[in-house]
Design a protein around this ligand. Structure first.
Ligand code: URA
Length: 295
């Protein structure tokens, strides 16, 4: 029930990972470390003259500074006043609620986050009897973007199903299955292995309907016996033990932010082509969101 790496630190701030590199830390890395933006976005801000160091506008991308000795502002706002975001990846065990509380008193993912003082919340759900990758964060806007059905973040599940699955059934799953709440979008399905009585498949979907994978497999006559989420966007479960969590690496957190930013940009492009009455997610949120609860 502990951080597998034993680091027990929040998501790497530029200084959390060790001594200051000779010559300082790149400005874009410091900004990205606060969770305000991806490194790429931070570079755009720097190039656009939106970043000041000790009151002077810095537009050179390679600029390195000591974050403890300078005052960095973005759009006139001091960045050290923003609490760093925390991103955790938990391997949720079976028979654990993917919520933080359960009125029925069942175990929840919170029981597996000992030592985490910041209030993080789960990005999406897994069924009580499902297991695997869960992202938990205090970065509300990122979570909202990743969860929004409109942005179609791919999620891959390793499943064990009853009986041997035929190629025809795989084709049906790939093309879309009629469920009571409508036709599913095409899935990517890979056979992993088969036994006499059952099959193992990897299925990737981009929607997030309730019990979707179980219902899809049920619809083609192969009830799910075991379900493990192994990937979500750029994140992989890897060999993280059941019940363990770890902090995302810098690279992973950055990839998530970039994914979310890309989703927002492509949604805005689509919107420009075909204006919609409502925008579901605001871009404002790359600064700290008021919706985020921090203990
Ligand atoms: N699909 C399901 O049916 N259950 C899960 O827990 C996740 C996806």
């Amino acid at each position: 029930m502990t951080d597998k790496t034993g680091e027990n630190t929040p998501h790497p701030s530029p200084r959390a990972s060790g001594p200051l590199p000779a010559g300082g830390v790149r400005l874009q890395k410091i900004i990205a470390g606060t969770g305000l933006a991806s490194r790429r976005k931070a570079e755009e801000w720097i190039a656009a003259g939106r970043v000041t160091v000790n009151g002077k506008v810095v537009t050179e991308l390679g600029t390195k500074v000591d974050p403890d000795r300078v005052h960095i502002k973005v759009d006139g706002k001091h960045i050290s006043s923003t609490q760093p975001y925390v991103y955790l990846l938990l391997n949720k065990p079976k028979n654990v609620m993917s919520t933080l509380n359960d009125p029925g008193g069942r175990p929840t993912v919170k029981d597996y986050l000992r030592g985490i003082s910041v209030r993080v919340f789960p990005v999406g759900r897994l069924d009580f009897d499902s297991e695997g990758l869960m992202l938990l964060t205090n970065h509300g806007d990122l979570a909202q973007t990743l969860l929004h059905p409109r942005y179609h973040v791919p999620k891959t599940y390793l499943i064990k199903v009853k009986q041997v699955v035929t190629d025809e059934h795989i084709r049906q799953l790939e093309q879309g299955v009629q469920l009571e709440d409508g036709l599913t979008s095409p899935a990517i399905v890979k056979k992993v292995k088969k036994a006499k009585q059952n099959s193992w498949l990897e299925i990737t979907i981009r929607e997030g309907r309730q019990h979707q994978v179980k219902r899809m497999l049920e619809a083609v006559g192969h009830p799910v016996l075991k379900l493990t989420r192994i990937r979500m966007g750029p994140l992989s479960l890897g060999d993280l033990e059941s019940g363990e969590f770890r902090y995302l690496t810098d690279r992973e957190a950055n990839a998530l932010r970039e994914l979310a930013e890309q989703k927002l940009v492509s949604a805005e492009d689509t919107e420009k082509q075909a204006p919609r009455p409502k925008r579901p997610v605001s871009r404002v949120g790359w600064a700290r969101s008021k919706k985020v609860k921090v203990v």
